[in-house]
Design a protein around this ligand. Structure first.
Ligand SMILES: Nc1ncnc2c1ncn2[C@@H]1O[C@H](COP(=O)(O)OP(=O)(O)OP(=O)(O)O)[C@@H](O)[C@H]1O
Length: 930
């Protein structure tokens, strides 16, 4: 039977930061309806969305002594109600043999993990479903039925699947996904561990989370860009009837939805093959196409959608939780989440009961085994039917097949009791170790890890039990007592001494930061309880001293807990970026600062000569005063001194590629970093890529009065508002035949007089003057008014610092086009012309101070060139002459214009005198030229 996807929206409480900044609440809920208020237009009616459930978890709750958030009124939805509404129904369906899926969607920090996994006493759906499943199993236990539950946990990051429960070294390409008629898409070789109690589930979840944390730190990953899927496979084997009912319960915590955005950098400027998160954007398209009931649904376009195919388009009862933030600052993201959820409502899935004769299931397994055996023997006999495979490919596939076969064999050969027993034995050692660790943290000073995902904090503990601990990467035969992985961790990174419970830290050859500031190499500092320590680029820890903690308690002092957010903001404050108390920018900086630092560390480890820095770019520097200041990443190619600016989206996209390279390097036996080609390498922009040189704002108010603009060359400023050259631009009114009219014959007193008239004018971009010398080629682009087309000048090869574009474009507007809005635009706006270019790819020489001129363009975005000194000087001088020539021309034109105006005016006494002054000998053009 077809069922619609059940959709629930949940709004979280304000975070501490939101309370501190007195955030504005933009959500209300009435019954099943969610109301969203537009903070920019508070008087407007709210947008209304109706869902199966609208869950208010914003206020009307209190924290109990155990930390559980309990309702104080009827409005608040706590974790228990969420389970009762959504989890219980899932379990009922699972008992009937239906596959069930639940996935949480929403921006980072909106509460997805809180609902799916939960935090501490506030257990999410995974633990509650697990707990209640086993409660029911023990209540229904009888000798006629055998219940079998397996647990799997995987993560999708950068389109690679990682098994979070496997002890085996993950293949660098991630686990493979295959399709079979019985299972649909499935992950090959994914651990499906038998669990016999809720305790087992908890232990496995802990193991999975610990592996996630280690993996993320090692590879510089961020959890908000990963999808986590927990799967409980549940079988009810009715022994006497020889019938088995089976189903999968999938619980999916999706990556932050803001990661869905495709790298766009204003349209067509550049196209990147990769998405920031291909899986998430494909999920968007899949939902869209399912809603439109298209024939072809692109499930196979991404890893996530392949694995969710059943949940979204097939045999599953599916629920979606849309997690939203209550804060006005997140209005756009919240609106987009609500729209997403609204679309998902109309997706239909048709779940069926999965029931089969047990013998049939066994038969299927036997068939599968035979198929694999056959494939394997074909490979072993060297049958290369599958042309195109290399010997290496064939070996790899053989290995995979053998692994698969082992799984099937064990499925067939071992009884359930044996499998469960084996899984428990495997866990026993870990559980013992975990218990010991829990005791030790109370006794010994230690470091616990910080992670942006609160669920992953404190998952890694390093004790300082002995007098001396060594910190390092364990490479080159070293054997540090604290072994860390990840970018910038070196062999002899740091030393830690424990002297009667007092702990001292001394960086050796590696970088160590304490509370945001870098420590001096080889000088020792004493650590204080709750110091934030960062080793290398990604390894964040908090120092914990049980001795100090006890002392503080005795004094009645309780320190606030340290969060990742706090440590990040501390780090960002040391970054030197002036954020003017701008909360949104601060948030942006915090979310990206450590990723930029990680990118630098990866570049260093892989010997890429490049440096990344965060820069703030104002709206004006981007050519539009109305735009807000945004974060960009400045990329400096240290070999050529060329600079590029990447917007956030492009940087994150590139960083995915950097991670891939880094991961390959980490996993390879090679100690030397792989060679690189800047054209292809993710660490760089291809030298042939065009860069934004700067922008020019051209006033248009002259045109509103049909007066020509042929002023001085206009200043070109780069993203940091630095002057990097000049652009000679003219805007000239024309008659209906397109002839230039510079004699003021078309001039009007009031701009409104042109409304409803025809209008013609030319935009001319004559030349760029004193442009940065390392530009090989340049061109300009602009868009007039609301015209869709971007106009581009010819691309001009640079032979000197003056680039002659000689561009002109005639605009002819009809009576209906010269509207009030157009005139308003001309009066109030400016035309933004962007200068773009391609930089020279050869190494540039250091700028010689002798070549410095007063109009120093090399201060700008783009640095000194590789031209010889003599030609440098000549070209700069020529360009300077060009500049002054243009300036003089403009002055002369201005003068003529004033003279003409004066001539036409009444010949009063005063005017005659003015005319006399103006006509006094001036530097004539002829003189100047001589
Ligand atoms: N319903 C809720 N009640 C109380 N606190 C909540 C609720 N939902 C979320 N929070 C709190 O908000 C913070 C962010 O939530 P959470 O970690 O679940 O976000 P997320 O969407 O999973 O983020 P990410 O994409 O980074 O994983 C957490 O500190 C969490 O405790």
């Amino acid at each position: 039977m077809a069922n619609n996807v059940l959709v629930a929206v949940r709004v979280r409480p304000f975070s501490k930061r939101e309370i501190d900044k007195r955030a504005q609440l933009i959500i209300n809920m009435q019954g099943k309806m969610t109301l969203l208020f537009n903070p920019k237009d508070p008087k407007a009616d709210p947008r209304k969305f109706t869902f199966d459930h609208s869950y208010w978890s914003h206020d009307e709750y209190k924290e109990t002594s155990s930390g559980y958030l309990e309702p104080t009124g009827s409005k608040y939805t706590d974790q228990l109600k969420l389970y009762k509404d959504l989890g219980q129904g899932m379990l009922t369906n699972a008992w009937e043999g239906y596959n069930c899926s639940i996935f949480a969607y929403g921006q980072t920090g909106s509460g997805k993990s809180y609902s799916i996994m939960g935090y501490g006493a506030n257990k999410g759906l995974v633990p509650q479903v697990g707990e209640n499943l086993f409660k029911e199993i023990s209540a229904k236990q009888n000798k006629d039925i055998e219940y079998q539950v397996t647990f799997s946990m995987l993560e999708i990051y950068n389109e690679k699947v990682k098994d979070l429960l496997s002890k085996k070294k993950a293949p660098s390409t991630g686990l493979q996904i295959r399709q079979s008629p019985q299972k649909g898409f499935y992950v090959v070789d994914l651990s499906e561990v038998p669990v016999g109690s809720f305790e087992d589930v908890k232990a496995r979840m802990g193991e999975g989370n610990r592996n996630r944390t280690i993996g993320q730190t090692k590879m510089n990953e961020t959890s908000s860009r990963a999808h986590t899927i927990v799967c409980l496979n549940f079988k009810q084997n009715r022994i006497r009837e020889k019938v088995t009912k089976f189903c999968s319960i999938n619980l999916v915590d999706l990556a932050g939805s803001e990661n869905q955005r495709q790298t766009q950098a204003e349209g067509q400027r550049f196209t990147e093959a990769k998405y920031i998160n291909l899986s998430l954007s494909t999920l968007g398209r899949v939902i869209e196409d399912l809603v439109k009931k298209k024939k072809y649904i692109p499930f196979s376009d991404s890893v996530l959608t392949r694995l969710l195919k059943n949940a979204l388009g097939g045999n599953s009862k599916t629920t979606m939780i849309a997690a939203i933030s209550p804060d006005a600052e997140n209005y756009d993201q919240t609106l987009s989440t609500l729209r997403y959820a609204d679309r998902a409502k109309s997706i239909k899935t048709s779940a069926k009961v999965n029931e089969s004769e047990t013998s049939k299931l066994i038969q299927e397994l036997i068939h599968e085994k035979e198929r694999l055996l056959k494939e394997l023997s074909m490979m072993k006999s060297g049958n290369k039917e599958s042309g195109g495979y290399t010997e290496e490919d064939i070996q790899k596939i053989k290995q995979e097949k053998e692994e698969e076969l082992k799984t099937y064999k064990s499925d067939l050969e071992k009884s359930w009791a044996e499998k469960l027993e084996q899984a428990r034995k495997d866990m026993e050692v870990q559980i013992k170790e975990q218990k010991k660790e829990e005791e030790d943290v109370k006794k010994y000073p230690h470091f616990w890890n910080l992670n942006e995902d609160p669920a992953l904090c404190g998952k890694i503990i390093h004790f300082t039990k002995s007098k001396k601990e060594t910190v390092g990467n364990g490479k080159g035969g070293s054997n540090p007592t604290i072994c860390l992985n990840g970018p910038s961790i070196v062999k002899d990174h740091a030393l830690i001494y424990n002297r009667d419970g007092d702990v001292f830290l001394m960086p050796d050859k590696g970088q160590v930061l304490r509370n945001g500031s870098e420590l001096n190499t080889s000088s020792e500092i004493q650590l204080i309880h709750q110091d934030r320590i960062r080793f290398g680029a990604n390894n964040f820890f908090v120092f914990h001293s049980p001795k100090e903690e006890i002392n503080l308690k005795k004094q009645g002092k309780v320190l606030p807990p340290i969060t990742f957010e706090f440590a990040q903001s501390e780090m960002a404050q040391h970054s030197g970026l002036d954020l003017y108390g701008d909360d949104i920018l601060m948030e942006d900086v915090m979310s990206i600062h450590h990723i930029v630092q990680g990118a630098n560390a990866m570049a260093q480890d892989l010997e890429r000569p490049v440096k990344y820095e965060l820069v703030l770019v104002s709206g004006a520097a981007r050519g539009d005063d109305t735009l807000r200041t945004e974060l960009y990443v400045r990329v400096t190619d240290l070999e050529t001194s060329n600079e590029y600016t990447w917007d956030r989206a492009k940087f994150l996209n590139k960083q995915c590629g950097m991670q891939e390279l880094y991961e390959e390097f980490e996993n390879s036996e090679d100690s030397l970093p792989p060679p690189f080609d800047k054209e292809q390498d993710s660490f760089f922009d291809p030298p042939s890529a065009d860069v934004a040189v700067g922008v020019v704002s051209v006033p248009l108010n002259y045109l509103a009065h049909m007066v020509d603009l042929r002023d001085d060359p206009l200043t070109i400023t780069d993203y940091a508002a630095r002057q990097i050259g000049f652009l000679k631009v003219e805007i000239i009114p024309c008659d209906s035949k397109g002839r230039e009219m510079t004699d003021l014959s078309l001039c009007v007193q009031e701009s409104r007089d042109i409304i409803g008239q025809t209008m013609a004018f030319k935009i001319k971009i004559i030349q760029g003057i004193n442009l940065p010398k390392n530009l090989e080629r340049s061109w300009c682009c602009y868009r007039f008014y609301d015209y869709a087309d971007m106009v581009e000048t010819d691309h001009v090869e640079a032979s000197s610092a003056t680039h002659k574009y000689n561009h002109e474009k005639l605009y002819k507007l009809g009576k209906d086009q010269v509207t009030h809005q157009l005139v308003k635009y001309l009066e109030e706006s400016t035309l933004t012309i962007e200068v773009r270019g391609i930089q020279r790819s050869k190494q540039t020489s250091k700028k010689n101070p002798k070549t410095r001129l007063s109009l120093d363009s090399s201060r700008g975005t783009l640095n000194s060139s590789n031209l010889s000194l003599a030609s440098n000087e000549r070209s700069e001088l020529e360009s300077k002459i060009d500049f002054f020539r243009e300036k003089a021309d403009a002055l002369e034109r201005k003068l003529l214009k004033i003279e003409r105006i004066v001539d036409e005016a009444d010949p009063s006494e005063e005017m005659i005198e003015i005319r006399r002054i103006l006509k006094a000998p001036t530097v004539t053009k002829a003189k100047r030229e001589s």
